[in-house]
Design a protein around this ligand. Structure first.
Ligand code: DC
Length: 224
């Protein structure tokens, strides 16, 4: 008999849609592992910039994606023994991550790494192509959206809480630019899978979104 793979809850959506926070809380509630796939693209971008590479250099950047030594431990992310948890969240790395994510060689190199997170009792994975490419057989696919203005406000609040000053207009423009790049690239563009449940989170609290996703999870995980 074929061995059943651990269940996956795939949570996709555009930048700053709240996926990360929601996915982490859902994973904690279910007792599942958590994959922040965007962090992998951010790690590759950071390493490529530090190696002085041109971010269009598909061969060299893909080589970094294949060989980078990353470690995830709770919220802490490392390259080798170096803690890069904060470094990969810088706004400059957000743009660079979106650039390296457009390289097909980088996406291919990261697929096996992402699938390795699928371990019992299950996985909640957040990103752009979790339901469409990495885990097409996911038990449940969620697509989270919110208006660009709401996403810019959320990012602004997050940055202010960290004591980082930023203009809402610049953040909104960055979000719109990244949306365009992430949805129009040839390799695995951000798109809602036909079998995904879409939740527009504009005006919703995190708690309300988590409750709605958990209700969907319970239903999907119970189904034979
Ligand atoms: O979710 P995030 O902002 O940390 O993602 C950083 C960048 O990586 C974002 O511009 C899109 C890209 N990304 C992707 O292409 N595919 C994923 N599964 C996750 C992120």
């Amino acid at each position: 008999m074929a061995r059943r793979l651990p269940p996956v809850i795939a949570i996709d959506g555009p930048s700053a849609s709240g996926k990360g926070t929601v996915a982490q809380l859902v994973a904690r509630d279910l007792g599942f592992h958590y994959l922040d796939s965007g962090a992998l693209y951010r790690l590759v971008a950071l390493a490529a910039l530090e190696a002085g590479l041109n971010l269009d250099d598909g061969l060299r950047v893909s080589d970094i994606a294949l060989n980078i030594n990353t470690k995830f431990n709770g919220e802490t992310v490392r390259i080798g023994s170096r803690d890069v948890t904060d470094a990969i969240r810088a706004e400059s790395i957000s743009g660079a991550a979106s650039q390296v994510a457009a390289l097909p060689g980088v996406r291919d190199a990261l697929i096996t790494r992402q699938r390795a997170f699928r371990r019992p009792p299950g996985l909640v994975a957040d990103g752009r192509d979790m339901g469409s490419v990495v885990f097409p057989d996911a038990t449940l696919k969620i697509f989270l959206t919110a208006s660009p203005e709401e996403r810019a406000n959320r990012r602004h609040k997050q940055l202010m809480e960290k004591g980082i000053d930023a203009s809402i207009n610049t953040l909104l423009q960055d979000i719109l630019d990244r949306d365009t790049r992430d949805t129009t690239r040839a390799a695995a563009p951000l798109q809602k899978s036909v079998d995904a449940v879409e939740i527009d989170t504009t005006g919703m609290t995190i708690a309300a979104v988590v409750a709605q996703v958990l209700a969907q999870c319970r239903h999907a995980l119970r189904a034979p």
